[in-house]
Design a protein around this ligand. Structure first.
Ligand SMILES: [Mn+2]
Length: 450
């Protein structure tokens, strides 16, 4: 059965990972399909910690969902020979099943070679030779019948495909050769099946369910070659197109895990303690312990229900996640600034807003001067007109914002404050997308009109 991959955005955060895993379990218990939880990139420390702590398998890392050779394979069972089979055995099998090309497999289905009807015919013709005496025929026939697969299989000049090769590469290789069928193997030479030119005609797309994003720019590479079956998200609606109508659940709540947990509760699907704690972790991470202004009453309500199921107390569980995973001491200033940095464009200008969220501001506050210096250099190198770094104190619900760049006055104007040592203090400001990006856009737009 072909799997459907459930996958979040690139640079996966905890909400993306937790929603992929929890929705996979949900789908698996509601229909017969085969679902695989995937991630569009390496996991961050936060996600790694939570999965380990709750004993979940990490998702499959899937960096490209373009169509590969393995997607072209037929699902039917295939017949194969082993090296010790006799001519009589394989003759019967080929005749009964009308086979033209058959793989020869060894231990653990390792690929050894091929037997083709053409090669068999050639053996007969060669053995018969020319101008022999008719009375030798029974002898020749006996010689032929005594042959084993190992004597006749073809092991040279074959064209094999590896399962991860792109369909485009396979197409080129098929055009330059004239075989009927091409065996496909994995990286350890295990046989997976056969493809032919015919398989190229019907494009078999990878099946996807997107969680926690719906914009192409944020989606895994190769998404345009895949078929999107469903989307569950809490971001603005972007630009992805689908082939046919799909289930698209978009709702302005604090996290995607909120929406998936709601499905469990509404449809009374069994949810284990650890799964409830996993979804709660996704919510707490995206909503900064339910303090971000993106938090809705639904996030609060669902979190309480997840608390009942899991026995995890939200504030202490959330603090634990934030504490353990924000290991910033070992990171350089440049890495800290780049870790969660988003770029925006207005007219011909590019600006960027980075954010660091913490429950303990002291460590990072001590590095303010170094951070400012490093920001100045990033700003010049990347050609930003403005670079802001939000250092958000989750417990105090405020943000200190460091501002550099030629147009830093726009940020001052946006919040009606003059910067002291390149920084302004914003009480109650925690959300980049809701409280910072829109006002800075507006200020830059106004400035450009003056
Ligand atoms: Mn999210």
């Amino acid at each position: 059965m072909k799997p459907t991959y459930i996958i979040g955005h690139k640079n996966p955060d905890l909400d993306s990972i937790a929603s992929a895993i929890s929705y996979k379990v949900y789908k698996q218990s509601s229909d017969e399909g085969l679902y695989i939880a995937a991630a569009a990139g390496e996991l961050n420390d936060e996600a790694k910690y939570v999965l380990e702590h709750l004993e979940f398998e990490p998702p499959l890392i899937l960096k490209n969902v373009g169509t590969r050779v393995e997607d072209l394979l037929d699902e039917e069972d295939y017949l194969y020979f082993t090296a010790d089979m006799s001519m009589t055995e394989i003759g019967n099998l080929m005749r009964k099943n009308n086979l033209k090309t058959v793989p020869v497999l060894g231990d653990q289905k390792r690929f050894l070679g091929l037997v083709t009807i053409g090669d068999l015919a050639m053996i007969f013709l060669e053995k018969l030779g020319t101008g022999h005496h008719l009375d030798r025929s029974p002898l020749i026939l006996q010689e032929i019948l005594e042959l084993k697969v190992s004597n006749i299989m073809k092991t040279h000049d074959l064209m094999l495909f590896e399962k991860d090769e792109t369909v485009e590469e396979a197409r080129k290789n098929m055009i330059s050769t004239r075989f009927r069928n091409y065996p496909v193997v994995d990286e350890k030479n295990h046989y997976l099946g056969m493809i032919s030119r015919y398989n190229l005609l019907e494009m078999k797309r990878k099946q996807l369910i997107l969680v926690d994003h719906n914009e192409k720019k944020q989606a895994v590479d190769g998404v345009e070659e895949a078929e999107i079956r469903e989307i569950i998200d809490h971001h603005r609606v972007g630009d992805l197109q689908t082939i046919s109508p799909i289930y698209f659940h978009n709702e302005p709540v604090g996290s995607t895990c909120t929406l998936i947990a709601e499905k469990y509760l509404e449809n009374e699907i069994y949810c284990s303690k650890n799964l409830a704690a996993l979804m709660m972790a996704g919510i707490l991470s995206d909503t900064m312990l339910l303090k971000s202004p993106t938090t809705t009453p639904k996030d609060q309500r669902i979190t309480s229900r997840l608390q009942e199921i899991s026995g995890f107390e939200p504030l202490s569980w959330g603090r634990k996640i934030f504490e353990i995973t924000r290991n910033w001491e070992s990171m350089s200033e440049e890495d800290l600034i780049s870790e969660d940095l988003k770029e925006y464009t207005i007219f011909d200008d590019t600006f960027a807003i980075a954010q660091l969220e913490t429950i303990d501001i002291t460590g990072i506050a001590a590095r303010k001067n170094n951070l400012t210096e490093s920001m100045e250099s990033i700003c010049v190198r990347r050609g930003y007109v403005l670079l802001c770094l939000m250092i958000t104190d989750i417990m105090e619900e405020k943000t200190e914002m460091i501002i550099v760049g030629d147009k830093r006055s726009a940020a001052e104007m946006a919040f009606g404050q003059s910067a002291v040592n390149n920084s302004i203090i914003l009480k109650g400001v925690m959300s980049r997308k809701k409280q910072v990006v829109p006002v800075i856009f507006e200020a830059l737009r106004k400035q450009s009109l003056i």
